[in-house]
Design a protein around this ligand. Structure first.
Ligand code: ATP
Ligand code: MG
Length: 393
């Protein structure tokens, strides 16, 4: 049985003097992801991380396939640097592949350990011949094999593997600092959060809840979205900020065309306050360009004008179909499409302003929301700590 997992990570971004820090962070994230599984140790050599388990290798593979910074993981076997041992292990591995119905293979060998007496092509050839001799029903296909048996001749051992799960790539979470994610129950913002995380940026999600205009089920959606995002991030701290009184105050001021912009600006201000508290250095939203009336360049400008933090919009150049495809891959799509209104659909103006002038917006907005309402909303914010249960993932 496999007890070893070989993890590969991208070289990009891991070079230079930050490399050690990146690797340490990655390993820490791997350990976190495997909480509760029987992990024995994690070790590394150049470009490779080895994970030794005392059981539950499949579960470990699944969890590791959610760790940013990793490119791929494979169950592997390690054997002494000895041709007979390598051949025996190779035959055993390929018997397992044949039992799964695979019929064509090739062997690929790497020899970072130049002290090993046989060169890579010779190892591949000899091991391939042994497999053909021992297993009927397998043939070699060097161009399009169904199975590629990889052999790596390292300093202390030879490693063999052929199954591979792909991981999300990107950078280890945390290397780019921390951000506040404005997370609605929609399709876009969870994807935006995922993309920010993929560049090493931690997220602290904030959800503005407009009860009773939006139901508790809308809030539950956001919690469930966080549960999915937590597969990639580990523990999530979600802020739920009551938004009803602010929204009501905005609406009482009339100015229907500017309602969406007003609301976004209030969200930005509140999110910036959370950022301050959480030592976050950026805000992340699920806005794209041109998707809805408020997401024109001038709409985005009027929105972000009220904060000093950079506002990151990872979806800016994606269209809806691309965002939906990504949401399906991540696992958030089915939650996002549950039919409960968000506060923006409830309050959406019939004729929204498409090219708001920030100066006019600021003028019109003045005095609409008493500062006291903002302080109350922040004081009444709830925080939830959310982990994933790995069920249905
Ligand atoms: P989403 O699918 O993420 O809701 P959207 O395309 O529906 O995005 P809007 O509803 O206009 O766009 O919202 C734009 C962005 O504002 C969202 O992506 C999100 O970042 C933020 N946002 C909107 N409503 C909320 C909310 N209730 N709580 C937190 N953030 C919100
Ligand atoms: Mg929305």
């Amino acid at each position: 049985m496999h007890q070893l997992i070989l993890a590969r990570y991208g070289e990009v971004g891991l070079k230079g003097k930050n490399r050690r820090m990146f690797e340490n962070r990655l390993i820490r994230r791997m350990e976190e992801a495997m909480t509760g599984l029987p992990l024995k140790k994690i070790s590394r050599t150049y470009g490779r991380i080895y994970v030794t388990m005392t059981g539950q290798v499949e579960a470990a593979l699944h969890r590791l396939s959610h760790v940013f910074g990793l490119v791929a993981v494979s169950p592997a076997v390690g054997v002494p640097l000895d041709m007979a041992a390598i051949k025996a292990a190779a035959v055993k591995e390929m018997k397992a592949a044949a039992a799964e119905g695979y019929t064509t293979f090739k062997v690929e060998t790497r020899r970072p350990n130049k002290a090993f007496p046989y060169k890579s092509p010779q190892v591949s050839r000899e091991v391939g011949a042994e497999i053909l001799k021992e297993i009927t029903g397998l043939t070699v296909d060097v161009h399009l094999p169904q199975v590629v048996l990889q052999i790596e001749l390292r300093r202390h051992q030879a490693y063999l593997y052929w199954r591979q799960l792909s991981c999300p790539g990107g950078l280890p979470l945390g290397v780019s600092g921390r951000s506040v994610l404005l997370l609605s129950g929609g399709i876009d913002s969870p994807v935006a959060g995922w993309m920010a995380m993929s560049r090493g940026l931690e997220i602290v999600p904030v959800y503005f809840h407009s009860f009773p205009f939006t139901s508790d089920r809308a809030q539950q959606k956001v919690v469930d979205l966080c549960r999915v995002l937590a597969r990639y991030s580990g523990l999530i701290k979600l802020y739920i900020i009551p938004f009803t009184s602010i929204q009501t105050a905005l609406r009482e001021g009339g100015q229907e065309r500017l309602q969406t912009i007003f609301m976004r600006r209030m969200m930005m201000r509140l999110a910036a306050r959370v950022a301050e508290k959480e030592a976050a250095e950026a805000l992340v939203t699920g806005e794209s360009l041109g998707q809805v009336a408020s997401q024109t360049v001038s709409g985005l400008a009027a929105t972000e004008a009220v904060v000093n933090l950079p506002v990151l919009r990872p979806l800016i150049g994606l269209d809806k179909q691309q965002i939906m495809d990504r949401a399906k891959e991540i696992g958030t799509y089915n939650i996002s499409i549950r039919p409960y209104d968000d506060c923006c659909t409830v309050f959406v103006p019939r004729h929204p302003e498409i090219h708001p002038d920030p100066v006019i917006v600021a003028e019109q907005e003045t005095g609409l929301v008493a500062p006291r309402l903002i302080e109350e909303a922040l004081a009444d914010a709830e925080t939830l700590f959310i982990t994933t249960d790995w069920e249905g993932s």
